[in-house]
Design a protein around this ligand. Sequence first.
Ligand code: FNR
Length: 366
Amino acid sequence: VADDKILCIDDLRKEASKKLPTSVRDFYNSGSTDQITIHENTTAYAKYRVRPRVLVDVSKCDPSTFCLGRKVAFPLGVSPAGLQAMAHPDGEVATARACARKGINMGISSFANYTIEDIRSAGLAVGGIGHAIQLYTMKDRELELRIIRQAEAQGCTAVFLTADSPVLGVRYNEWRSDFRTPDGLGFPILEWDSETIRKQSHDDSFVGFNDDAHNWTRDIPWLRSATGMEIWIKGVLTAEDTLKAIEMGCDGIIVSNHGGRQLDGVPATIDALPECVEAANGRIRIHVDGGIRSGTDMFKALALGAEYCWVGRPAIWGLAYDGEKGVDLMLDTFYNEFKRCMQLTGCNSVKDITKACLGVVRPYGP
Ligand code: FNR
């Protein structure tokens, strides 16, 4: 398929989805229960309008910024989403190369099909890249420590602790098709081979390894004592939990609803972001993911107070469409749209993207 068919992320979604078997496509593309949150993650962006300033010299517009202690080309990263080798055999290794080539960061899922070493070294061979290791609160602390030690040894700089998943969400699509990881794919970070995984449904295996007794006071101090990496809480949606993350001394939060795959009916992340930003009052770093599908969506998230955006499914669609080149295409699309949005709003640096850049379409009323 010629790249010129793909002009935007929605084109990529459509073309990539055509290439995937139904159960795989559903696993990647669906949300939980009634699909309300996944739908709203994207549509909620349409409530916001951009307030542009005109006749500004934007010839030197620079979308670069800083994230996880390093300079990045623009404020986007690839979220830790598991099972990328089901979209393309090169999976997370291809994603890492594309992120490094573009000069941005990546989260490594605990459910990656490649080792931390494979993913890190693929990115480093292409250029600079920052990696966060995504962790669950696991029953097996020894295994969790082994993952942490590997991540440290390989130069990951942050832990993304996924906090929204004491149990998995209600995923009818997975249950209906009895979704199983394809033969031959393993989860080397979790030390599970293909045979072990295929014996159980995703839901059953998750219950087996993840600790639903997880909590702030037990798990955050433990993690702090276990590693010097930054600790980010992934899956915060409220002012209350933002304050809790500050109280527990976390380095940052990712306002996330797991791409609408956990509890259906929670708000779109762009709608939850303002209360978290207000509660934080500059005391903790805030990133966001979920439903971001254009450079203008990124711009809106930054205007509402996020420092950095992450995308999950767009990377998977890139892989399914054309492997590493597909991820390059996805990242170039976001970059070009974001820079152009900055220029068309009169912003020369990401610091210029403030609340004043946004207006809200008022809800219907008498
Ligand atoms: C995810 N996500 C996820 N999150 C996490 O913390 N650990 C994980 O292993 C996974 N795995 C995973 C697999 C797939 C197929 C998807 C689509 C998502 C959630 C991910 O990190 C991120 O929060 C969302 O994907 C962001 O939403 P969008 O950009 O996909 O809408």
